[in-house]
Design a protein around this ligand. Sequence first.
Ligand code: FE2
Length: 242
Amino acid sequence: MEIIDMHCHILPGIDDGAPDEETTRAMLGQAWEHGTVAMVATPHKYKRRGFWPSDDAVVKAYNQARRIAQEIDPAFVIFLGSEVGNSSKLDTYLQDGQYRTIAGSKYLLIEFSPSDPFEIIQRSLQTVQMNGYKPILAHCERYDAIVEEPERLEELSQAGVLLQLNADSILGKRGRKVKKFCLKALKKNLISFIGSDAHDLTYRPPVLDECYEFIEKKFGTQRADALFNANIAKVIMSSGKF
Ligand SMILES: [Fe+2]
C-alpha cells in the first residue's frame, strides 16, 4: 500500500491546519506511519474565510514541511497545491493567477460552502474550466445541494469535473446518510480521488490506511490504488515537472 494524500492542511501556520512546525512534524510522522508516502499540501486560499496567504509565506511553509518530511524518511515527498474557496471574484482571481494548482499541473482543487446552491457550484466550476483549468471538486459529499440530489454528481462528472471524497466520510464518521452517498458514488465509479483533508492529529488526522483497506475489500486492489495513488500521480505527472 503506497498512498498519496492529495488533500491535507499540513503546512505550519498557513491556515486552520497545523499551527506550527511541531504539529506539522507530528502530522507528517502520523501519515508516514499509516502508509502515506507522498502528500499534496493544499492550504486554503479562501478570501471569505480570511485565508489569503502570500505566495512567499506558502512557499516558506512548504519548504519547512518538505525538510521535515525528509527528516522522517528521505523517500517521503511533499508536493504543493492549494484548496481554492469559491468567490464572487473567482473569474478575476483565476485570470490574475492568484490560485495555485496541484503541483504545477492544470488541476485545481476547489471547495464551496456546504449550503451553496447547485447553480453556484455549477457556474463556478464552469468558470474554472473556461479559464483553462481542470476542476477537482473537494469533498463532494459535503454539499447539501448534491447530497439531496445525487444525480447532480453525474451531471458534474459528465461536464468534466473530477470528484474527491474525504476518507472519514466514507468510513461513516460524518453520518450514515453521507456514508451511503459516498458508497453510491463509488459504486457508480464517479470518484477520482480520496484524501484525508487532514487538519490536525485527532479530529481530522492524515490517516488513510483504514479507508484504503475498506475500499480494497469492497472494490479490489486496483480501484484502491487508483483512488489513493494512481489518479493523483497522473495529475502530478501531467505538470511535466516530476
Ligand atoms: Fe480541505
